[in-house]
Design a binder for this molecule. Structure first.
Ligand code: NAP
Length: 490
């Protein structure tokens, strides 16, 4: 069985703004519990949660207990450990817009023995700047770290403004912008695959790779958050951050070492090398979709209460990278809600062999395809062409070499949630898996003209059926290049 080594961290105070919210309840509290039972949260560490709700410490601890009952597996739910963990949580009622509510937080943190202090902003983006301003005013920002949830801005101008407001109080070295995709085990495995093996890197270029597909599909719709989502859309919600980050990690040059700035320098070069998509080019190389209702589910237009909404719940793009390595190899990205399946993967399709020595055979020689699966069942799959066993002519077949991480890690092994890694990296002071300000701005710089072109066109997104594979326009987008999306193939 594989055992994971727990790297100890110093005792810390983690202050979570928005502790009563959805993210804290579903993710942050459970992942901290998992780190706790793995022995990674040192004694005397404190989790200090803030929100406006009138709750006593005890009431909030009871709410946390309920959250753990709903999210932690039976196997990992140990009442004694849970009680111990919950006693590390302290609740403070605080309205961040008021100047008055800060005394309790100040007195808890003043002269605190813990050397590491981190403030996690798990609140609506409109509250990021006011909270940081308060932290500055109260002298709580000095020597602390700041964790900012997505989205970082709505476009380039707002991202710059937010950066300016946060940058007045925190230095870049203390800011941790979360993109939870970067904490996924498979995404880090992509780094190992590329840079800890000799096998792939010589082939990792347009001489050998025909094209790359990056997909993040969700089966859920906007689920009661339609009005909020209507100001965002799939491009801002998924492409600007998650999909472009995956593209960067797939396409970047080898960093000189696996450290924060070396990695982020290379990702930034990819973002800057993206071929701009503006005006007609943007319309030709992108497809927007919006889901229709299903018999038992409302469509997007009903959910967002805006019959004229042109917000996309699906987007597909053909992206080119202007570099020696990738000239001639397109990247096709797509993401959407209310689709047939819940999955995320990067698919690398290699070029076909230049010549078949087998002459006329009934079965084809398939190109090699490497699938890096982020969910479900994180793992890698490489398909190779082999001979169909047995006599009677020479036939080929496509054979998968499959590595699902959970299968290879023993019965007791549990796939850690991306947030487990990311929160502990904040405590360790390791920014490698967090986005730097120049990356965020470069991504918006590329995204903004596409959204502008859609707006100028005045056209509506194409409708698609709930639980389908998306709009037909997306199939046509890739078919124009005589290629198909992988789920159409398998
Ligand atoms: P949410 O459910 O709306 O929670 C917001 C939290 O902020 C609540 O605890 C709320 O508590 C608190 N709050 C609101 N106004 C406040 C104020 N004036 N002063 C103090 N606290 C206040 O939001 P969420 O879904 O957890 O999302 C939080 C952040 O994470 C957002 O930036 C979101 O974009 C990001 N994010 C969320 C998810 C997710 O899965 N939920 C995923 C990725 C990113 P009270 O009402 O008690 O004050």
């Amino acid at each position: 069985m594989m055992t994971s080594k727990i790297i100890p961290v110093d005792p810390f105070d983690l202050v979570i703004f928005g502790i009563t919210g959805d993210l804290a309840r579903r993710k942050l509290i459970p992942v901290l519990y998992y780190r706790f039972i793995d022995g990674q949260i040192p004694k005397n560490s404190r989790i200090i949660g803030l929100a406006r709700s009138e709750l006593t410490n005890e009431q909030f601890r009871n709410q946390s207990l309920e959250a753990l009952k709903q999210t932690v597996s039976e196997k990992d739910f140990d009442s004694e450990q849970v009680n111990h963990f919950i006693s590390c949580i302290h609740y403070i009622k605080n309205d961040v817009n008021s100047d008055e509510d800060w005394d309790t937080l100040q007195s808890l943190l003043k002269n605190a023995p813990n050397t590491v202090q981190a403030f996690y902003l798990s609140v609506a983006p409109g509250l990021f700047a006011p909270i940081v301003e308060q932290l500055g005013r109260l002298n709580l920002a000095e020597n602390s770290r700041l964790v900012v949830e997505k989205p970082f801005g709505h476009d380039l101008a707002s991202a710059k403004k937010l950066q300016y407001q946060i940058g007045n109080v925190y230095k870049e070295e203390a800011i941790y912008r979360i993109d939870h995709y970067l904490g996924k085990e498979t995404v880090q495995n992509l780094m190992a695959l590329r840079f800890a093996n000799k096998l792939f890197e010589p082939l990792w270029n347009s001489n050998h790779i025909d094209h790359i597909q990056i997909t993040a599909a969700e089966s859920l719709g906007v689920e009661g958050r339609g009005e909020y989502y209507d100001n965002i859309g799939a491009m801002r919600d998924m492409v600007q951050n998650h999909l472009l980050q995956l593209l960067c990690l797939t396409a970047m040059e080898p960093p000189y070492k696996f450290d924060a700035d070396a990695m982020r320098d290379e990702k930034l070069k990819v973002l800057r090398a993206l071929q701009p998509l503006m005006g007609e080019q943007a319309l030709r190389n992108t497809v927007r979709g919006q889901y229709l209702g299903a018999p038992d589910k409302p469509g997007y237009l009903e959910e967002c209460h805006n019959q004229g909404s042109q917000t996309e719940t699906y987007v597909a793009l053909k992206v080119k990278i202007n570099s020696w390595r990738w000239a001639g190899t397109p990247f096709y990205l797509r993401t959407g809600k209310r689709l047939r399946s819940q999955m995320a993967e990067i698919v690398i399709t290699f070029r076909s062999t230049p010549h078949s020595i087998f002459g006329q055979i009934d079965t084809p020689i398939w190109p090699n395809i490497l699938v890096i699966r982020l969910q479900p069942d994180e793992g890698l799959n490489l398909s190779i062409t082999t001979k169909d066993p047995g006599p009677g002519g020479f036939r080929t077949r496509e054979t998968p070499l499959d590595m699902t991480f959970a299968d290879n890690s023993g019965d007791d092994w549990r796939m850690p949630d991306a947030y487990e890694r990311l929160i502990m990296d904040v405590i360790r002071g390791n920014q490698t898996l967090f986005m730097r300000d120049d990356e965020v701005e470069a991504a918006w710089q590329w995204i903004d003209p596409i959204i502008q072109a859609w707006r100028n066109s005045g056209t509506a997104p194409e409708s698609y059926d709930s639980y389908s594979s998306g709009p037909t326009g997306a199939v046509e987008l890739i078919a124009r290049d005589h290629r198909r999306w992988r789920d159409v193939i398998v």
